[in-house]
Design a protein around this ligand. Sequence first.
Ligand SMILES: Cc1cc2nc3c(=O)[nH]c(=O)nc-3n(C[C@H](O)[C@H](O)[C@H](O)COP(=O)(O)O)c2cc1C
Ligand SMILES: Nc1ncnc2c1ncn2[C@@H]1O[C@H](COP(=O)(O)OP(=O)(O)OP(=O)(O)O)[C@@H](O)[C@H]1O
Ligand SMILES: [Mg+2]
Length: 503
Amino acid sequence: MEIDEAIRGCEDRRLQTKYNNATYVIQRALALYSIEEVAFSFNGGKDSTVLLHLLRAGYFLHKAGQNSANGDVKNFPIRTIYFESPCAFPEINSFTYDIAATYGLQIDTISLDFKSGLETLLKEKPIRAIFLGVRIGDPTAVGQEQFSPSSPGWPPFMRVNPILDWSYRDVWAFLLTCKVNYCSLYDQGYTSIGSIYDTVPNSLLSVSNSSNKFKPAYLLSDGRLERAGRVKRKSSSAGGQLPADSNGMDLHKNSTLTASIIAVGDEILFGIVEDQVGPYLCTKLQSIGWSVLQYSVVHNNIDSVAEEVERQKSRTDMVFIYGGVGPLHSDVTLAGIAKAFDVRLAPDEEFEEYLRHIIGDQCTGDRNEMAQLPEGITELLHHGKLTLPLIKCQNVIILSATNVSELEKQWDCLIELTKSNDLLTLLDPYISKHMTTNLSDVEVAQPLSKLCLEFPDICIGCYRKARYGSLIISFKGKDQARIESAIKALQKKFKSEAFIEMK
Ligand SMILES: Cc1cc2nc3c(=O)[nH]c(=O)nc-3n(C[C@H](O)[C@H](O)[C@H](O)COP(=O)(O)O)c2cc1C
Ligand SMILES: Nc1ncnc2c1ncn2[C@@H]1O[C@H](COP(=O)(O)OP(=O)(O)OP(=O)(O)O)[C@@H](O)[C@H]1O
Ligand SMILES: [Mg+2]
């Protein structure tokens, strides 16, 4: 059987392990259910193409165990279901039907949605288990195991996910090692394929001197970004994405996007260490026109982190969190984030690979806690200047900076990544001016309140550095002329020399 031979004959130990585990799951499923009771959900995508060949190999091995193996290419008796959709790429449709002809698949084409289609199918056929090409990292994989009963509300069947623990790299290693055909879209920069309305080539594969040339999918170095070619839906918590016009220009250069900052550190709350990262991050966010709504410090405790993340992630467009990241007992930030999103921490092979590069094998392996990331919601943000990628869990960005210069570097990388990846929308920066006065609080209180009503677009604040020193009045906004007008209006209410601009 050519797939089995290709894997056994290759030098890739890791791929061999993955193959052995996946074909083991398939053989156990075939031992549990009769061939009429199983089905294969195939859609022409890369993951289901991998699964097709694993099923062919698994079926061969299952039969070999019964001394009736037949390595014939067309010997594939597992019922195959394909949910056809008018929104599918024509290349996906034609690939699916070509593959069916090549490997003798008996395809049931279903034109209903998944749930109704399965309800109808299961009434007619004795199906009890369905093989799927779902992998950890797919949004629908959250909470699934290799054998997972269908969800409540769905018709009853067992979902069998033999490649659940395969990484993007494993998928490509398998397809290339076995030299099997895959849908042509993957050679044109598509890395994960949904519908024609929500999928474009992955910009991380674009050839730098050409706007419409892309490298093949197997060259994507960080598999976590395989869904970067999925067109994001507009949402208030999706990384502050604002609508763009047909030229891709931002229509909302003056809109407000909000951020919150969470520092995790007992040492800050004990008063031993003064946090400098948070204030510096505030200035960075202002420089890209974002408003910081809250800056909080929490204990190194999973529940404290989880509560704060849960609150902020639904309140602001982006949450920045730092501190509590690493292998120590007090490094609970990732666990807190997982709890806030109601997902578990799961080993992440790509992240582990990065860690292995910098820490070596001493800290990797089964017990590498640092390589555990929130499952199904994590994206690694890799930049050539960073030894470790930054971690993003939906609208929460985890910074590993412990001081201002590290933050500066990570921030610059984030901004550069934004240019190719829509990570943070860059808005017009905030501008601020600060005036000092020796007038008393009582004297300025009422005129200032009126000024706030006259200039609702300008954020007018007051603070003092000492109880009896001069008062500082700050004006913050995005329009220089409006700030100047507000200052003039204030001066008019008093003698103009009563206020001096601070440099
Ligand atoms: C054979 C099959 C079985 C599925 N079973 C379930 C299920 O038990 N529970 C569920 O929530 N979704 C189930 N789904 C739906 C998928 O989780 C997911 O919503 C679907 O693949 C759509 O992904 P997309 O929105 O990226 O196209 C099933 C889909 C297929 C094809
Ligand atoms: N329209 C469909 N018909 C049948 N099965 C489907 C369909 N859509 C999804 N599936 C099942 O869900 C699995 C996961 O889908 P997903 O889109 O994540 O992977 P893929 O399409 O195989 O590869 P890619 O990530 O490149 O799109 C598929 O491998 C397949 O088993
Ligand atoms: Mg797909």
